[in-house]
Design a protein around this ligand. Structure first.
Ligand SMILES: [Zn+2]
Ligand SMILES: [Zn+2]
Length: 230
């Protein structure tokens, strides 16, 4: 009986974007889904779109990833929807974002990582928002792609109750972004999960921390990529 009602509910669910038509693809109606700013031909180094000649002006040595992938360009209406997801706790959007991103990852035919690590939030931001948008995204992606998620491995310095909890070596390794690893890493292939990649500075900083610990293959995945100039 419950299944029956769930099916009725699902069939009546409305598009997460226009909230008018029925859902048809990843929570959107077909028209809205087709109109989304899909990132169709990304440069695997920097995640920005390739030009007409399938080239990019980025310098591969600046990008420590085997693939930097986003489902969308950070443009309307995706920017608006991500804002609602984060700032109005519209958590129903998370699974749609994860499905769209998983489709992009499969389309780009990249080998899948052994572990997903979400970008952690500072305790202040977490307290204000009530949830970590990158962690929720990583959880849904992990379910879709059958990859475990570790949300404790990478932490912000503020997450340690005090600096005393960090070893001397960890304190020395602290960098400007104030991330640190709370444990040793077993895996050699990891994807960093962020909601939006803007300049790439955050995911690059994390990649450098992982590289120092022997992670040889790193990907960076996000819902949307801001179209910055190289
Ligand atoms: Zn729609
Ligand atoms: Zn590029």
């Amino acid at each position: 009986m419950r299944l029956f009602f769930n099916q009725i509910l699902a069939s009546q669910a409305l598009c997460l974007c226009c909230q008018y038509q029925k859902q048809a693809k990843f929570g959107f109606c077909l028209a809205c889904y087709q109109d989304l700013p899909h990132l169709t031909r990304p440069c695997l180094y920097c995640g920005l779109p390739l030009n007409e000649d399938n080239l990019c002006t980025c310098h591969p040595e600046d990008w420590p990833f085997i693939a930097c992938l986003s489902a969308f360009e950070y443009q309307f209406p995706i920017n608006k929807l991500i804002g609602q997801y984060k700032n109005q706790a519209r958590l129903g959007l998370c699974q749609s974002f994860a499905q769209s991103l998983a489709a992009q990852i499969k389309k780009q035919k990249q080998p899948l990582p052994q572990l997903l690590i979400p970008v952690p939030l500072s305790p202040q931001k977490l307290a204000k928002r009530g949830f970590n948008q990158s962690l929720e995204l990583a959880k849904d992606l992990g379910k879709i792609l059958s990859i475990p998620v570790d949300y404790q491995l990478l932490q912000t310095v503020g997450q340690a109750k005090s600096q005393k909890e960090l070893s001397k070596k960890q304190r020395q390794n602290l960098n400007a972004e104030q991330f640190y690893l709370s444990n040793k890493i077993q895996q050699t292939h990891i994807a960093i999960i962020d909601d939006v990649i803007t300049t790439g500075a955050t995911v690059k900083t994390i990649a450098q921390i992982l590289q120092k610990q022997g992670v040889t293959h790193i990907q960076a995945w996000s819902i949307a990529r801001v179209m910055t100039k190289q």
